[in-house]
Design a protein around this ligand. Structure first.
Ligand SMILES: Nc1ncnc2c1ncn2[C@@H]1O[C@H](COP(=O)(O)OP(=O)(O)OP(=O)(O)O)[C@@H](O)[C@H]1O
Length: 712
């Protein structure tokens, strides 16, 4: 059975639930109480959220009952009443203008993840169990290679194949489509739009992620609240590329927080941050969890004070669970299996120091591979003596399904928060703004086109009407094509791989559809391509003294621009498939044979073999070259001038030149159609490759997917 076809757990007996749950309720309150006290005492001045008094932001009237509800209902035995939104604590700055979301508990049973490697099958997670509760900050810890990221990826839905076991949300089998709407995954790398300011980034995120659920005014208010909550309002007008590491991390969290997700996953959020920024980051996560969210992060060996900030610690070693419970219970638990941690020692370090094969087996057995949760006992804690208390996950309360309170909606409508048209227009505006702000890139493009045009114009100056120089004319046509191909293919090859990473974060977090992204990205580059491309073509056309005929000039321009568009499609295809270092090598290697095929038959056009004709048709450069040559020499062009009268002027008749190039009688419309088809195919292929990558499907299996597609 895979995680996709998870079966509901057998119903838990109510009497059993009630008895065991009483302990959990007390414990939960104890946790909250402790955390509340700790925040009050420990938080720094720069801790923007926890230090705020009750008066800072009060929840709106409508929310007051829910605040109460959070104290009594999150773990109440009454599973009948649905939790309709994330409960809000009143002792911290909070979100008042937010989308309504339910609280979500996540549990997993006998979770196994095995992958095929060259050395055979490898089991990365070995039948682990766990329960990550709303209102708690959970840290997944473990030595390198223990399986932390794998577990996080599986729980977030990023990895969905090769999994066995059950993943439940609020006690019910996880519905992936709905879960994606309720969860956000903040990846280790802060992938942000560099040329937007902080406020712009958040506004675009709010418009994409909230949709029509809130009015524009409420979205603006929500954005401002998130800015305040995360302490990034001081840099609201700073460009993202200028932010510090800590600010970037907070912005990454802020972007995912605008639509108030009840579940937040963070992969190593403290990596690369200094000690102050780490403290701020974890404090922020504590605060987010306090508001009722389920916050799960992976972390590498935190300091002792930091370790104790977590509500729940889940430790892995070699794919098995070795600890599952509160930080305070770790030391007594280790002592129970014969490892006594001195009071001066950081328990988070100690546990990994004592890990050997036998210890891993002992700890896994004691914690029953995660079936047991060690909680702090409130009464004992109040006397200053923590003792371990075993709470089994199979006795925990089953909360209502997460979507009980959501009205039935059309599945297509429900797919994304905003419609295709809205997504497209927002993405187009966002891309265009960033594109226009890249002034260095625009100037470079302007100089590149102008300088290349002047150079080409000088080399082929005045050759356009000279019948004595047919091969110069042909070389001119090749130069124009080569210019357009390399100019437009290399940009996406080098930039698209990093764009795909960024897209992965936003697409996975359900901001928009791939289609709207693709349309917007295709259209954004068009204006500059047309503007600079036309400038280039205008200069070379007149400097090389091509015929002053409006139709020829238009066809020449159009073929040049179409070549640019198709080449860009090829660049996008390569950029979406491989890394930019691979693309930089692969692109010229691909273009060289295409160019060879495009010019094949030069001088013996009438004798081109049929097999070669077919091969030449597979090179889009052939269509481009035939198009340019036909626009300049075809369509009944009059005889050219023969300036050197002493030479035999064989190619005075342009039709003869076309004949010897193998291009006689070609329709220019066909060349446009050929180029357009190649352009579309490149882009479609790029779209499907990106889609496979977004779904984490390996590209090496493309032939298999293709076979499946053909079989229908
Ligand atoms: N798709 C895969 N194919 C093969 N091996 C994999 C795959 N995914 C993960 N692994 C292996 O599984 C082990 C656990 O990986 P994972 O990234 O989950 O560990 P981790 O605890 O997050 O490590 P780190 O702290 O170093 O990031 C590693 O040895 C990794 O090489």
């Amino acid at each position: 059975m895979t995680a996709g076809d998870e079966q509901p757990r057998p119903p838990v007996g109510r009497a059993q639930s009630t008895v065991s749950f009483a302990a959990t309720t007390i414990n939960h309150r104890g946790d909250q109480g402790n955390r509340g006290n700790r925040s009050d005492n420990e938080d720094d001045d720069d801790n923007h959220s926890s230090t705020c008094s009750n008066d800072d932001v009060l929840p709106d009237e409508e929310e007051m009952p829910l605040v109460e509800a959070s104290r009594t209902r999150v773990f109440s035995v009454s599973a009948d009443r649905p939790i309709t939104r994330i409960p809000t604590r009143v002792d911290m700055k909070t979100l008042t203008h937010k989308a309504k979301r339910p609280a979500v508990d996540i549990e997993f049973h006998d979770l196994t993840y095995a992958v095929n490697t060259t050395a055979g099958q490898r089991t990365i997670l070995k039948g682990i169990n766990g329960f990550f509760r709303s209102g708690h900050l959970t840290a997944i810890m473990g030595p390198s290679g223990a399986g932390k990221s794998s577990l996080m990826n599986i729980l977030a839905g990023y990895v969905r194949s090769d999994i066995k076991g059950q993943i439940l949300t609020n006690g019910h089998p996880r519905n992936m489509q709905l879960f994606k709407k309720l969860s956000s995954y903040i990846m280790q790398e802060d992938l942000l739009q560099p040329r937007l300011t902080v406020i712009e980034s958040l506004s675009y995120a709010a418009r994409l992620k909230i949709g029509r659920e809130l009015s524009k005014e409420d979205k603006d208010k929500a954005v401002n609240e998130v800015l305040e909550l995360l302490g990034v309002s001081v840099c609201r007008n700073t460009y993202v590329e200028k932010l510090s590491g800590g600010q970037r991390k907070r912005l990454s969290v802020a972007l995912e927080l605008v639509n108030n997700p009840p579940v937040i996953f963070l992969d190593e959020p403290t990596t690369g941050l200094d000690i102050v920024a780490i403290k701020q980051c974890v404090t922020l996560l504590v605060d987010l969890a306090k508001q009722g969210r389920t916050v799960v992060c992976t972390i590498h060996q935190p300091s002792s004070p930091l370790f104790h900030m977590f509500d729940h610690v889940y430790m892995l070693a070699r794919g098995s669970c070795i600890y599952n419970g509160s930080p305070k219970q770790l030391v007594p638990f280790l002592a129970q299996v014969g490892h006594v941690c001195k009071p001066t020692h950081n328990p988070a370090d100690f546990v990994f120091e004592v890990l050997d094969n036998d210890t891993i087996v002992d700890l896994t057995r004691e914690i029953q591979n995660g079936k047991v949760i060690l909680c702090d006992d409130l009464d004992e804690m109040e006397n200053g003596m923590a003792t371990s208390k075993l709470c089994r996950t199979d006795t925990l309360i089953t909360l209502p399904p997460v979507f009980d309170d959501v009205p039935e909606v059309d599945q297509n409508e429900a797919e994304y928060p905003s419609s295709f048209g809205t997504q497209f227009s927002i993405l187009l505006a966002r891309k265009t703004k960033q594109f226009c702000r890249n002034t260095t890139g625009l100037w470079i493009s302007f100089f590149h086109h102008t300088f290349s045009a002047l150079l080409l114009g000088s080399i082929y100056y005045g050759i356009g009407s000279d019948g004595n120089r047919p091969f110069e004319n042909f070389k001119f046509c090749i130069s124009v094509i080569v210019f357009f191909v390399y100019t437009h293919v290399m940009g996406p090859v080098l930039t698209f791989p990093s764009e795909v990473k960024l897209l992965r974060r936003e697409y996975f977090n359900h901001w928009y559809s791939l289609k709207s992204y693709f349309f917007a990205s295709t259209i954004t580059s068009l204006p500059s391509m047309v503007l600079f491309g036309s400038l280039f073509l205008l200069i070379v056309y007149f400097m090389s003294a091509q015929p002053i005929e409006w139709i020829r000039f238009s066809e020449f321009m159009a073929i040049g621009l179409f070549t640019g568009y198709t080449s860009e499609g090829l660049g996008v295809l390569i950029g979406s498939s491989v890394k930019n270092s691979t693309g930089a090598v692969m692109t010229p290697a691909l273009l060289a044979p295409m160019l060879a095929l495009a010019v094949y038959g030069m001088g013996y056009g009438l004798a081109i073999e049929p097999i070669m004709e077919s091969l030449m048709a597979t090179s889009f450069l052939r269509y481009a070259l035939v198009g340019v040559c036909t626009s300049l020499f075809g369509n009944g062009r009059a005889d050219m001038e023969c300036l050197k009268e002493d030479l035999y002027c064989h190619y005075k008749n342009p039709e003869l030149l076309l004949r010897d190039l193998g291009m006689s009688g070609r329709s220019i419309v066909n060349q446009f159609v050929g180029l357009a088809l190649f352009g579309m195919c490149f882009r479609l292929a790029a779209y499907y490759i990106i889609k496979l990558r977004m779904m984490n499907k390996p590209l090496r299996k493309i032939p298999l997917y293709f076979k499946k597609f053909l079989r229908g």
